[in-house]
Design a protein around this ligand. Structure first.
Ligand SMILES: CC(C)(COP(=O)(O)OP(=O)(O)OC[C@H]1O[C@@H](n2cnc3c(N)ncnc32)[C@H](O)[C@@H]1OP(=O)(O)O)[C@@H](O)C(=O)NCCC(=O)NCCS
Length: 150
């Protein structure tokens, strides 16, 4: 059984174990991350934060918050042992449905680094398309993607 649950800090150490070095943290969280990762890097006070559980195991993490009137998906991750099975689609579906019930927004958005091919392929499959960011891009080599809400 796979389900989305509010993130609990007791799972923080499991989550940090998915990112073995500074590069892995940067690919995942951009400049808001740090190595070693600390609680404050997750910006839990300003984001809605969730875990994805599959067969009693933590397999995913993701957040959203309001950014430029969109429900902006952030710090999306699937556990290394669970990658390549499409679980990111389950995570995104759950986050998008929860955002629909939580925020007043116009569709969904996210940032992805241009060289993060697995993430870009997953987001394209999930229905996200590349778009111009309506402000100064906060980071080099970064792409902005949008998805229309159903
Ligand atoms: C990006 C990520 C969330 C994708 O999640 P996922 O559930 O593995 O996604 P998918 O199963 O759709 O696989 C996506 C791509 O990953 C690749 N992949 C397959 N197995 C993999 C594995 N064991 N490890 C890494 N990538 C793998 C595949 O190439 C696949 O693309 P393709 O099938 O079109 O060639 C996941 O790789 C991840 O957590 N990466 C580290 C954190 C990160 O970069 N987050 C995104 C920040 S924007």
């Amino acid at each position: 059984m796979t389900e989305l649950r509010p993130f609990d800090l007791t799972d923080f150490d499991t989550l940090t174990g998915w990112f073995p070095n500074e590069h892995a943290v940067f690919q995942w969280a951009g400049p808001s991350g740090g190595f070693p990762l600390r609680h404050e890097h997750l910006q839990l006070a300003s984001c809605h934060s969730f875990s994805l559980w599959h067969n009693q195991q933590l397999v995913g993490f993701g957040q959203f918050y309001l950014r430029h009137q969109r429900a902006h998906m952030a710090r999306l991750a699937i556990a290394p042992h669970a990658r390549g099975q499409g679980l990111i689609q389950t995570l995104l579906n759950g986050l998008e449905q929860t955002a629909q019930q939580t925020l007043a927004h116009h569709g969904f958005s996210l940032f992805v680094l241009a060289d993060n091919t697995p993430a870009r392929q997953a987001y394209e499959r999930a229905g996200y398309s590349y778009a111009d960011y309506p402000d100064v891009m906060p980071l080099e080599n970064c792409l902005y993607m949008l998805k229309v809400a159903n």
